[in-house]
Design a protein around this ligand. Sequence first.
Ligand SMILES: [Zn+2]
Length: 42
Amino acid sequence: MDDYNSSTVYFRCNICDFLFQEDPERFPVKCFQCGSENVSRA
Ligand SMILES: [Zn+2]
């Protein structure tokens, strides 16, 4: 187990196409720009 919480990955919003980094264990992942949960891993 590794509790060091620094492993972020890229996600892309399916609504506004914004690309951002977020921790994949943090659900739901929301777009920082429009607030949608409709995002995919990039
Ligand atoms: Zn968005």
